[in-house]
Write a protein of this length. Sequence first.
Length: 345
Amino acid sequence: MAAVTKINVQHVRAHKMYSLELSPGVTVITGPNGSGKTSLIEALYIALQGSSFKGGDLEIIEHDAPWYRIDVQFNDGITRSVKFDPERTTGRKQFIVDSKTQYRLSAQNKHPVVLFEPEDLRLLNGSPTRRRQFIDRFISQLDPEYALSLRRYERALKQRNNLLKRASLDDSLFAWDVSLSEYGAYIVNRRHHFVMMLNERLNGIYTTISHTHDIVSVGYSEPDHDNMKQKLLSELNGRQEHDRLLGYTSVGPHRHDVLFHFNGSPALTVVSRGEARSIVLALKTLEAEIVEQQTGIKPVILLDDVYGELDKSRQKYLTDLFQDNQIIITSAVARKSPYLTVTLD
């Protein structure tokens, strides 16, 4: 099993320079709030996945520092580095994987990761944005074309919204409608596919965690369609005047939602806090299983300050479930532990 044995960061958020040895099993990083625990998780995520789950590159640089750098080493001797220098005119961000430089981390060089953060525990009653982020991050690990379509869709959406804010609309709006419908159709179709994949196994895993006979299912707010591209194009065209008054694009996959049901009712209205957390644990279990099945690599499990929000039975479930994966846990509370523990000041 490939595992990260060491990470070095320079000018990453609060860390001027920090080096951390990691266990191939479980590593626990403790320390008070503000000590930079999550920043180390974020740095590792960037090195393995190519981008942050928290913000843009400029936000990651330590205050008043000129650049940031992340270096990781694997137990098979492979090394990789990430360097970001905003002063460069080209190649501001560089990935060096086994001595080869690239400016965007290629799909074959991404290492699978399953991230579990506190906001995930509020996935069911959080915002639609959070649920879209969950499924988008999940699919992007497995489908490079999906990640590319997302970036292109977001760029086209920004251009269309800029045009909508003008006093009068011109014919160029239609060109952006075409782009949005093309990229949007791919996004919606892949979301439908993955929601269907989740539904095939989600309830069985939930039952194992909860020891109940409740039925959990997941759906998508936009009905499937034989010609999703044409459907989106018609919606965009039909809402042009309405969107001009609003000043933004009101239809498309950036407005859709991932819907959860519990015993046939909307989960948001009927589940208890414990039931909601068991559903999220089932989702994360399924995410790890699908990622490993489709990549052939055991993902690194990043548990960012979630243990304190789970009861002992759910903590044990997570530890038992991922006993064959490399796990990195952050916690504000130092606990007696048999695992490698590092305490930040």
